[in-house]
Design a protein around this ligand. Structure first.
Ligand code: F6P
Length: 319
């Protein structure tokens, strides 16, 4: 293994830059030439490669976004697109590729490895929705961003004695909603992994109101429904002044937390070590605090699970 490349793919996540830095610096430390691929798989198909030196990843550890840019490529899903990418990799003489992204990105990486080309995945998505790892890069920062926003909304909710519904991201997973809801003390947390009872939510809001609470906070994961649907139902059933806030892409940006920087650094270095050891077609992950790796196909077979004990605890604490 002499030359490796790294790309970011799918929705960006805080910590991706820290992971790029770790791949580049660990690669150079191991005596490799390291290339960055711009614009994810789109850049792989068009040969948008740049050689990375130590300085190219200076001053990025703390920055959100991705210096390599990201894309969700439809063309790369085709056999033609994959052949074109392989041809570009061969032309530059790249021997291995690190893909930082979500499960869709690993499907693409798996296609290259099925044709013999070594790829290693690093889970990078704010959603924390990838099976085969307890953690995905960006999740901690996104949760902190959501909690900070909810804390601020709580101030104005109290002043005006309002009920607030906060819609958070997460695609089909409820992890961001669960963690943000728990850490911001939401009355109800609505996630795809648990059935929600509108009457239960209304009872909780009313009970709080009766004991003098000045506001109610409901956190809803985007994978369940729109925040406005819940807000309308609440207003209809309680008559309370209700507002809806959609946090949206605000959750995807910002400087990564120390935890995200740590995970990105460890996973980035591990990905390079695995390539050097001759591994391919695997995703780096963390399980019970230990760095591990799982074949893409195995991770794809499982479904990501959420820690329901947090859900039940949150319910018992927000009575
Ligand atoms: O996967 C990350 C994520 O931010 C999801 O939480 C969200 O559903 C989706 O990406 C939004 O995608 P886009 O940036 O393409 O609108």
């Amino acid at each position: 293994m002499n030359k490796i490349a790294v790309l970011t793919s799918g929705g960006d996540a805080p910590g991706m830059n820290a992971a790029i830095r770790a791949v580049v610096r660990r690669g150079i430390f191991k005596g490799l030439d390291v290339y960055g691929v711009k614009n994810g798989y789109d850049g792989l198909m068009t040969g948008n490669f740049i050689q990375m030196d130590l300085g190219s990843v200076g001053d990025i550890l703390h920055r959100g976004g991705t210096i390599l840019y990201s894309a969700r490529s439809e063309r790369f899903k085709t056999a033609d697109g994959q052949q074109q990418a392989l041809a570009q990799l061969m032309e530059v003489g790249i021997d291995g590729l690190v893909v930082i992204g979500g499960d869709g990105s690993f499907k693409g990486a798996g296609k290259l490895t099925a044709q013999g080309f070594p790829t290693i995945g690093i889970p990078g998505t704010i959603d924390n929705d990838i099976a085969g790892t307890d953690y995905t890069i960006g999740f901690d920062t996104a949760v902190n961003t959501a909690v900070e926003a909810i804390d601020k909304i709580r101030d104005t909710a109290s002043s005006h004695e309002r009920t607030y519904v906060i819609e958070v991201m997460g695609r089909d997973a409820g992890d961001i909603a669960l963690w943000a809801g728990m850490c911001a003390g939401a009355e109800s947390i609505i996630i795809p992994e648990a059935n929600y009872e509108i009457n239960d939510m209304i009872d909780r809001i009313k009970q709080g109101h009766e004991r003098g609470k000045l506001h109610s906070i409901i956190v809803v994961a985007e994978g369940v429904c729109k925040g406005t649907d819940i807000g309308n139902m609440i207003e209809e059933k309680t008559g309370f002044d209700t507002r809806v806030a959609v946090l949206g892409h605000f959750q995807r940006g910002g400087s990564p937390t120390a935890y995200d920087r740590m995970m990105s650094s460890q996973m980035g270095a591990k990905a390079v070590d695995l390539l050097v050891e001759g591994k391919k077609g695997v995703m780096v992950g963390v399980k019970n605090g230990q760095l591990i790796y799982t074949p893409f196909e195995e991770a794809a077979k499982d479904r990501h699970t959420i820690d329901m004990s947090i859900y039940h605890l949150a319910r018992s604490l927000s009575i």
